[in-house]
Design a protein. Sequence first.
Length: 192
Amino acid sequence: MEITASNTQAELRFRDPRNPKNEILYLDISTNSGYPWFFHGAIGIKPQYINMYPRFPEGKDIPGKFPNLDPIKPASGDDLGYVNSLNSPYDEPTDYVEYVIPPGLHIGAEYYNKDEARTHQPVMNLLFALYWVQMFTKEKQGNLIRRIAAREVPAAFLTVGFGDVPQELGDILKKDWRVEPMSLEQALGGGG
């Protein structure tokens, strides 16, 4: 899709350009391995004139706005809530926006061409890993859960969605992954 000068592209999902029917950043709930899974990665962008406004999950408000401000409007080229090649270059995507995508959630993005003279086509470099997850239970691994929560054991803490608007995973964890979520305080107590 090409975007004309000083114009916008409405929200789109990330699809395979060779086969637009295939959504490439979406996972089904079920897996062949029996383990839960999720995507984790970054998106690099080019050319420099394109602002990408991510929506996670699709259709939600664009993150990054200050409280009491009107919603971000990509159609106007708003200077909030976007990612461009300065934040995450095409050749070396950064974690400026770190995407953690659990099963069953679609993500999308809107685009704005800030070049006042030329048409540009946004090109994305998707750099993602697919993780299969082994769940810990308080009965079997309560001490390890406590040690991870206390940062005694190195572990990554990831936010699904965006820092100012995290995505609630309670239903996915309970229903699809068959685990009971716990607070950090509960984890520090050994999962109890």
